[in-house]
Design a protein around this ligand. Structure first.
Ligand code: SRM
Ligand code: SF4
Length: 564
């Protein structure tokens, strides 16, 4: 392992000295202070906890000579986004009792709870664990939540893939007694045998690592954004023929730092159905051994592969396996399915995908999705599934219960997807201000108004039924995957966004900056002439991003100047 090299970033020594993620979190937790120190802040991430402050209250605090309003964000790691009714209710309770009254569905199918105070963190984590979920590995330099297409299916194919995912989760979850000791009052391990962390060692990974699993043909999990992307291929009947494996995707970048860049995952290999867990482990292990531990901005797998080459990477992974990697197969994608609305799930039951604006389950004005979902989950007890588009699926509903679910939705202002305008349905924004410390612009609070203006404009131009994706991030880190949509809005400073175009709805191609630093108020008028030209000139069935990519930015500039 490269852990003996000099020139490590500071985080590396914090991890190495942490005794498998213990540090002094336990002592700090017991101390009567509003916040954790810097070292604990880094280690807490591995436990699924981020120390934040309420940015809306910074000014007021400064004016009154007070410290920041410290609070914590908890991220529960939810493989494939599958949540039992009990776990849903537990999270809803925490959101009411100890967090800010909302539950946030993330772009990686997790729940986030914001605004938890230090004094309430331990009971919150305990309640999550009692509901049989964990926050361990929600953040930090380890394998993050493993995503999977959330469509509820009970066939053999899904069962087989589900089993591979469970084994992968077990293999890639950090092994440490620290989590139980700190949060669940587990016994302190005092054995004379040292605790062994077989995969991550003492220093864990150089950086976060993200894995997703798609079902052949459906890219609803945004395969190309991932360090490791796995595509399950169908065989005869309901069998799994094997998996295509892609590596080295990642969307984070930093303004004015050209050494940081966005990259799409590239095809690595095809492997047999029973080989995927070994491949996943060894891909992670190669990144553990060769990833850059001196510069955290250059530490994701995409940089290891850019520096050393994909062929080198394949050879290195191959050398650790007892079977032969086969050449990757070409992939074909059907139009992405967001799995919203009512559907049969193949076992006589129904599921309904419910649109949640920017993943924020809360009670605001007419829309009371928090109370509404809570009542449905308590009464009907469906399984809940969180989608990569920040929405919620309720599964396993008896056809006889459909009317009741619809009644409760209406009563709480939860719109059926058919009445959600397309532009709104296909939009996503990251949390940004006030909770995210890295935000330079608004996102979740700015998009609702902008997207309604855009939706009205599209209606007016007869394009209201078009599937166009709009994704907004409050900084270039790209948490709402803005670089993989038809249109990306990437915050550059308060009130301004790079407008990115020429991606596609199915997330197979990166978009590019069309207009930098556009004030948010000017975005509708920037887009309007493009939509007019798109409506007039596109080929039948051609999507907006594909059309922009085909005509090119130069022609688009000329056309829009004429139209404007
Ligand atoms: Fe993210 C950091 C929110 C998905 C790239 N992300 C953050 C933090 C934790 C800010 C921080 O480090 O202090 C944000 C917390 C905000 C808040 O107040 O809640 C944050 N990221 C999110 C979520 C909640 C956005 C959302 O709208 O749902 C998503 C949580 C996912 C989860 O459940 O695990 C989220 N983040 C993503 C994605 C999309 C994905 O993974 O599919 C990306 C781009 C893909 C990638 O990783 O390359 C992403 N987040 C980042 C980065 C840039 C990483 C890089 O390689 O440069 C950071 C900053 C960092 O790590 O230093 C970041
Ligand atoms: Fe924060 Fe930037 Fe991620 Fe948005 S994209 S949540 S602003 S880190």
């Amino acid at each position: 392992m490269s852990s003996s090299h000099a020139g490590f970033s500071k985080n590396e020594s914090v991890k190495a000295a942490s005794r498998h993620l213990r540090g002094h979190i336990k002592d700090e937790l017991a101390a009567d202070t509003p916040a954790f120190d810097e070292e604990s802040e880094q280690l807490l991430k591995f436990h699924g906890i981020y120390q934040q402050d309420d940015r809306d209250r910074r000014k007021e605090a400064r004016a009154r000579g007070l410290d920041k309003h410290h609070q914590l964000m908890i991220r529960t790691r939810i493989p494939g986004g599958v949540v039992s009714a009990d776990a849903y209710i537990a999270h809803d309770d925490i959101s009411q009792n100890w967090a800010n009254g909302t539950l946030r569905v993330t772009t990686r199918q997790d729940f986030q709870l914001h605004g938890v105070l230090k004094g309430d963190i331990k009971k919150s984590i305990a309640a999550i664990n009692e509901s049989l979920l964990t926050t361990l590995g929600g953040c930090g330099d380890v394998e993050r939540n493993i995503m999977f297409c959330p469509e509820p299916r009970t066939d053999e194919f899904h069962e087989h893939v589900g089993d591979s995912i469970s084994r992968m989760v077990a293999e890639l979850t950090p092994r440490t007694g620290a989590y139980h000791e700190i949060w669940l009052d587990g016994e302190v391990v005092k054995s004379s045998e040292p605790e062994v962390e077989p995969l991550y060692g003492e220093q864990y990974l150089p950086r976060k690592f993200k894995t997703t699993i798609a079902v052949e043909g459906d890219n609803c999990v945004d395969v190309y954004a991932h360090d490791l992307a796995i595509v399950a291929m169908r065989g005869p009947g309901d069998s799994v023929r094997g998996f295509n494996v892609l590596v080295g995707g990642g969307l984070g970048r930093t303004h004015n730092k050209p050494e940081t860049f966005v990259a799409v995952a590239q095809p690595l290999a095809f492997v047999e159905a029973d080989q995927i867990v070994d491949v996943a482990r060894e891909v992670v292990a190669v990144q553990r051994d060769y990833g850059d531990r001196s510069n955290r901005r250059h530490a994701r797998l995409k940089y290891t592969i850019a520096d050393r080459g994909l062929d080198w990477f394949r050879t290195e992974v191959q050398s650790r396996l007892s079977f032969k990697l086969q050449p990757p197969e070409p992939l074909e994608w059907k139009p992405v399915d967001d799995h919203l609305g009512w559907h049969e799930q193949g076992d006589g039951k129904l599921y309904v995908g419910i649109y949640i604006e920017n993943g924020r389950i809360g009670d605001a004005g007419e829309v009371r999705s928090r109370t509404g979902l809570r009542r449905i989950v308590e009464e009907i007890r469906p399984q809940v599934r969180l989608t990569p588009q920040q929405n919620v699926i309720l599964a396993g509903i008896d056809p006889a219960q459909r009317t009741r679910v619809e009644e409760l939705m209406t009563e709480h202002g939860i719109a059926p997807v058919e009445s959600v305008r397309r532009a709104i349905r296909h939009a996503m924004a990251c949390p940004a201000i006030p909770t995210c410390g890295l935000a330079v612009a608004e996102a979740e609070r700015a998009l609702p108004s902008l997207i309604r203006q855009i939706a009205s404009m599209l209606d007016e131009l007869g394009l209201g039924e078009e599937r166009i994706s709009f994704r907004m991030s409050g900084c270039p880190n790209g948490c709402s995957r803005p670089y993989l949509g038809d249109v990306g809005f990437v915050g550059t400073t308060l009130g301004k966004y790079d407008v990115m175009l020429a991606g596609d709805f199915d997330g197979t191609r990166l978009n590019r900056v069309y207009a930098p630093n556009v004030p948010i108020g000017e975005i509708p008028q920037l887009l309007r002439p493009m939509f007019i030209e798109f409506g007039a000139r596109r080929e039948p069935g051609e999507g907006f991003g594909n059309w922009v990519d085909r005509v090119g930015f130069d022609t688009l500039h000329e056309l829009t100047e004429q139209t404007a």
